[in-house]
Design a protein around this ligand. Sequence first.
Ligand SMILES: Cc1cc2nc3c(=O)[nH]c(=O)nc-3n(C[C@H](O)[C@H](O)[C@H](O)COP(=O)(O)OP(=O)(O)OC[C@H]3O[C@@H](n4cnc5c(N)ncnc54)[C@H](O)[C@@H]3O)c2cc1C
Length: 385
Amino acid sequence: MQSLCILGESMARDAPMDHSIAIAGSGIAGLASAIALHENAGHIRIFEQASQFSEVGAGLQLGPNAMRALQAIGCRDEVQAFAYAPPEIHLRDGLSGKLLRRIKLGTTFMQEYGSPYLVAHRADLHAALLRIAATRPKIEIIKNCSVASAVSARDHVAVSLEHGEPQSHRYLLAADGIKSRLRCNMFAGSEALSLSYMAHRCLLDSIPVVSGIAMGCVNLWMTPWGHVVHYPVGAPARLNIVAVTGGEAVKTGFSRAAPALQSLLDTVPVWLQWPVAHVPQLSRWSSGNVCLVGDAAHGTVPFLAQGAAMALEDSAALKRSFNLPKPLEAFEQLRKARVERLDRQSRSMAQLYHAGFPTRLARNVVLKLIPDITMSRQLDWVYRG
Ligand SMILES: Cc1cc2nc3c(=O)[nH]c(=O)nc-3n(C[C@H](O)[C@H](O)[C@H](O)COP(=O)(O)OP(=O)(O)OC[C@H]3O[C@@H](n4cnc5c(N)ncnc54)[C@H](O)[C@@H]3O)c2cc1C
C-alpha cells in the first residue's frame, strides 16, 4: 500500500474514523501540522482544494525560530540541505542608495540563537514537507477536494466537502490560508482585511550584476513610497524580489528610487501582484473540535517575513498540545499572545520602512549608529521564540 495516497478526484469512502484528524489545506501549515501530529493521531487526512501542487510562490525567510520549529517536527535536516544561508542583511536607504546597516547572519546567528537564518523557495520547502509526509504511513493527502464546512459535536466533527461523501473525524484543523472559508464560517466578521499595499513579486532566472549591490545578501531598500526586499533562492540560484508599493505599479512607485535600485527593478520582465492583507485578531481560534492554524488563524503582512515561520511554529506547538488533555485550548494558549505581538509589530514596520522627511533622516542616523547589541534586541523575541 502506498504510504501517501494522492487520490485526485476519487474520494475515500471509508467508515468514519474516531481518532483521526482532518486538515483543510496542504500549504506549509497543513503539511507541517500533519507531520507534527502523525504520532498522536490514528490517521490524518488532508483535503487540498487544488488539483496540482504548483511552483507558484517565491522566496520565504526561515529565521532561527522557523528552523527550531522544523527541528521539533523532525524536518530540519531535509530543509537545511537546500535552503540558502545569506551572510548578511543589508538595510539601505532606497532614495540615496546608501547602505545604512549590515546585520551579520551566518555564524553570528548560529552562536546567538543556536539555529541559522536561511531563505528558500516556497515550492522547495513545500516539496520537502510533501516528501516527508510521504514517509509517514498515517498521512493521506486528497487533492482536488475542497472543505466546504464543518459542524462540531461532542467528540467528533462532521466535515462537508464540496464534492464527496461527508466525513467524520475527531478534530479538524483549518489550514486553509489567509482567506480561510472555514474561519469565516466559524467567526462572523473575520474576513481578512485588505491594506492599501500591493506586494509585487518576481523570481529572476539568474542573479543580475548591479554595481554596489551584494546580491548574495538579503537586501532591504526603504523609500517613503514603498520598500523592496531581494535575496537569492534555489539551485541554480534565482533572485527573489518583492517590491511593496502603496498600490501603484513598481515603475511608478519607485520612480524616484536610487539608480542602483531602479536598474535592478528594470531587469524584471513581469511582476505578480499579491494584495497585502491581514486577519483581524480573533478572541478564539477554535470552536468545538475545529481549530484554525497558520495564515487561517493569524495571517499578517509580510513586513517581518514571518508567515511561513509562524505556520511552522504552529505545527511544533500542536505537537506539544496534543499530549495535553484539551489540545486545541492548549494550542491557543501556547500561540496566541506571540502571534498577536508579531502581527502588531509586522504592521508597524511600514512606518519605519516608508518613513518620509524628517523621520527618514532620523531613522537613517539611528540605523547607522545603534550598537549591534541594541539592534539585535529588536527582534530577539521573534528569533528566540
Ligand atoms: C501558492 C502560494 C504561494 C505562496 N508564495 C509565497 C511566497 O512566495 N512568499 C511568501 O512569503 N509567502 C507565500 N505564500 C504564503 C505562505 O505560504 C504563507 O504565509 C505561510 O506559509 C502560511 O501558510 P498556510 O499553510 O497557513 O497558508 P497557505 O500557504 O495559503 O496554504 C493554504 C492551503 O489551503 C488550501 N485551501 C484553501 N481553501 C481550502 C479549502 N476550503 N479546502 C481545502 N483546501 C483549501 C490552499 O489551496 C492552500 O494549499 C504563498 C501561499 C500560496 C498558497
